[in-house]
Design a protein around this ligand. Sequence first.
Ligand SMILES: C[S@@+](CC[C@H](N)C(=O)[O-])C[C@H]1O[C@@H](n2cnc3c(N)ncnc32)[C@H](O)[C@@H]1O
Ligand code: SF4
Length: 461
Amino acid sequence: MLKTCLTAVRGPAVCVGRCFSREVSGAVSTLAGFSSPPLSTEASLYVHWPYCLKRCFYCNFNKYIPRSDKQDVMLECLQRETETLLKLSQVSRITSVFFGGGTPSLAHPSTIAAVLETVARHAGLSEEAEVTLEVNPTPVGSSKLEDFLHAGVNRFSIGVQSLRDDDLKVLGRDHNSQHALQTVAEARRLCPGRVSVDVMFGRPGQSVASWELELDELLSVCDDHVSLYQLTLERGTQLFRQVQKGQLSVPSDDITAVMYESARRILQKRGYLQYEVSNFARNGAISQHNMSYWKASQYLGVGPGAHGRFVPHGEEDVCREARTQTLEPDVWLREVQQRGHGTRRRIPLTHLGLLEEVLVMGLRLVDGITHQHWQLFSPRADLHQILSSSSEVQDLQQTGVLILDDRGLRCSWQGLALLDSMLPTLLLLLEAYTQGLQEQQARGATIGDQRDGGQRVSKPG
Ligand SMILES: C[S@@+](CC[C@H](N)C(=O)[O-])C[C@H]1O[C@@H](n2cnc3c(N)ncnc32)[C@H](O)[C@@H]1O
Ligand code: SF4
């Protein structure tokens, strides 16, 4: 239950559609009471670098071990696809860029610089825009940090995972704790206040007490941002097989729930405010890029397997389109060379699909979804109208896990850990409400009639 929640959103490789909402192909319906958000000319950009030096035993992300050096052709194709997607979209300003992977710290700094130049040439990219690079804390990654900074990166996200060397070996990482500490120190020297650390719990053989000690140790060296990852046993990975064969065992769900709670407590005590299910920041150092996903803003996804969601040119009546790029790098490279992009799938989102995204992503935030934010996507059907009269929602409120008030909709401290179990109820209510509207629309009823529907629901004060 916690697993989906705790996979920190790091880029569109974490797909909203795949996790929670049913993607709908075909015609896009316009519902009375709902409307597209005002057409935005801004978007964030995710760039996927698909290569790694070795496969970690737990990872099933879209990553490949290259058989030959692909730097030049990757550079050419990342630039070309960036240019194509910017032209296809109506985006004239990129608000943040995230280089994720795979291991983007294996890319030449000049490749990163060239992609950023392409963005700047075809859309606005302000000096202040957050530009994050995921870094594997190996000596090679660490030695290139300064060059990445000169290339235009201004935030590093470092995959520390653990400070226990034995555990790093079990995870199949190609770094040790010393490398991790050196990389974090170097990144903090170069980019003070803009370094994030990924740390993983629920690892084989891990106890609550050892996790608490390790996190405390990590917090004394890390910068202002921490992302917590709960280990997910992914089918097809070496770790999955080892656990299945009984060669390794992972903590039970009850224990990982305790680990999550203790991490939240420790982080809070050390001044890191939780702002999302698995993200914590000091001194306001929240991830602007990931915030754009949680706020359901537009984003472009460039590179093998990247996801994007934006309004294409000339299709203003489409409220947004979900695009997925071809997964396999060699095929993607060929497609980009032949037609300028490697888009494999385009799915027009319905208004319901977009509202599902606003709901699912927004509830991950500690501040949840404000009425003002919801109204941007749904000007006439507010959260109270959709949810207040449901006895299930009233139960969730009474048990103190969900809050719906004058500010908006959000999870309580306790509720944030249970988000995945609440979402099906909320999504069904949203779906039922939109269906009701459609039926009434078909019968020619007015919005006012729909709102009453025989039982008037109170509006927020
Ligand atoms: C896919 S990696 C890419 C960045 C970089 N290669 C690294 O390993 O840090 C991003 C994050 O996802 C985490 N991750 C990958 N597979 C996971 C899994 N099965 N369970 C939990 N976290 C996972 C990684 O540990 C890492 O912190
Ligand atoms: S380095 Fe990162 S992307 Fe590559 S296999 Fe390991 S966790 Fe996955």
